[in-house]
Write a protein that binds this ligand. Sequence first.
Ligand code: C5P
Length: 259
Amino acid sequence: MTVEDIPASASPGGPAGRTAAVIPAAGRGIRLGPGAPKALRALNGTPMLIHAVRAMAASRYVALVVVVAPSDGAGEVKAMLDAYEHALPERTEFLVVPGGDTRQESVKLGLDVLPDDVRVVLVHDAARPLVPVDTVDSVIEAVRGGAPAVVPALPLADTVKQVEPRTDGTPEPVVATPERALLRAVQTPQGFDRAVLTHAHETVPAAGEGATDCAGMVERLGKPVVVVPGHEEAFKVTRPLDLVLAEAVLARRRANDGF
Ligand code: C5P
């Protein structure tokens, strides 16, 4: 099914309810070095967060995007969204809420403001600004098709070793080599039946730094989580080299759509 063929039930008030995207964007992004919070860094002159919001709003299914801003930066993020209104579809509604100390807490604060008619929820990292709309749509379609939780994922290029971590600078001993063919690198947006995700956030405790992955919380409830194909352009902008790659992807796209 293409986005042009979305049935009437995808519209607001349809039997499947509305779809909303929650974007946790409250992290400091220290691995990118000092400066503005990661989500507010520019990529080709446009804040990373705006790219991420635009990527969610590009899906015809997504009626509402909730941005979870740094706790002291909600006003700034709201002003930024207003400034880029021209680059965002009119059909989409936007909300900004202040975030918490961990990603898990920030996602929960975003879920708390969803209207009652939202039945499908995407959770998308602001740090993955370039996810293509086809990936977003395939996650949503899998949830609408009945899966309680869906993650986009890719096979791994690297072999992965499990180690016994050392912090004293001595070589870390390898303890296992999981079979690479059984592993997947998981991306976002992750998609959920709203009730399942809300239940997970109400029952799974926020131990330590909290969950870095909402699907993992749903797994802990014993609910099935399924994988759909991810996309190489949905990579996470984490280190300085990722900014170079993201700008290269955007330069290639700019030739096509002018953004
Ligand atoms: O730090 P990391 O890259 O794992 O963060 C993943 C996502 O979670 C980012 O989009 C970040 O802004 C968000 N986050 C958040 N609130 C926090 C920590 C991280 O919204 N307290």
